[in-house]
Design a protein. Structure first.
Length: 142
């Protein structure tokens, strides 16, 4: 992981950071790459090269959230998440509570059907302090 990916900045009451889950867990990343190569080889042995390529592309796309880079921006009005293939904006009033879990902070939506995960290794304390300004904590860690 590059120094740029690890940096976060606070400008004009914003908290911004970038992170890649694969970069935070290189052992698992290597294991997944070996698995994909073995899967491609096995499919090629029993079917065709086209089937093998399809299988490897399909698995890689399914793992894109793990491999991809994310940028999080917290500001007084909203939370923005920029993922590999999407951009999501959320207002603070969409959330009811939050909790920490390992290297992330999880915001529970008021409808209780969804959770927004802010992955913040090495920056979790900064994220907790920022979120506490806008959302009271009502759920204990587990």
């Amino acid at each position: 992981m590059t120094e740029r990916d690890q940096t976060a900045s606070e400008t004009q009451d914003r908290l911004i950071w970038r992170v890649r889950r694969a970069g935070e867990n290189p052992g698992l990343c290597l294991l997944l790459i070996v698995f994909e190569a073995a899967l491609g080889y096995a499919v090629n042995m029993y079917y065709t090269e086209a089937h093998a390529a399809f299988a490897v592309v399909f698995i890689t796309l399914a793992l894109l959230p793990f491999y991809g880079s994310y940028r999080y921006e917290l500001c007084p009005e909203k939370i923005e998440v920029f993922g590999p293939l999407y951009h999501a904006e959320h207002d603070w009033n969409e959330f009811e509570s939050w909790r920490t879990f390992e290297d992330d902070l999880r915001l529970t939506c008021k409808d209780k059907d969804s959770v927004l995960v802010l992955f913040a290794p090495r920056r979790l304390n900064d994220v907790v302090q920022y979120v506490q300004r806008y959302l009271p904590r009502t759920i204990e860690d587990y």
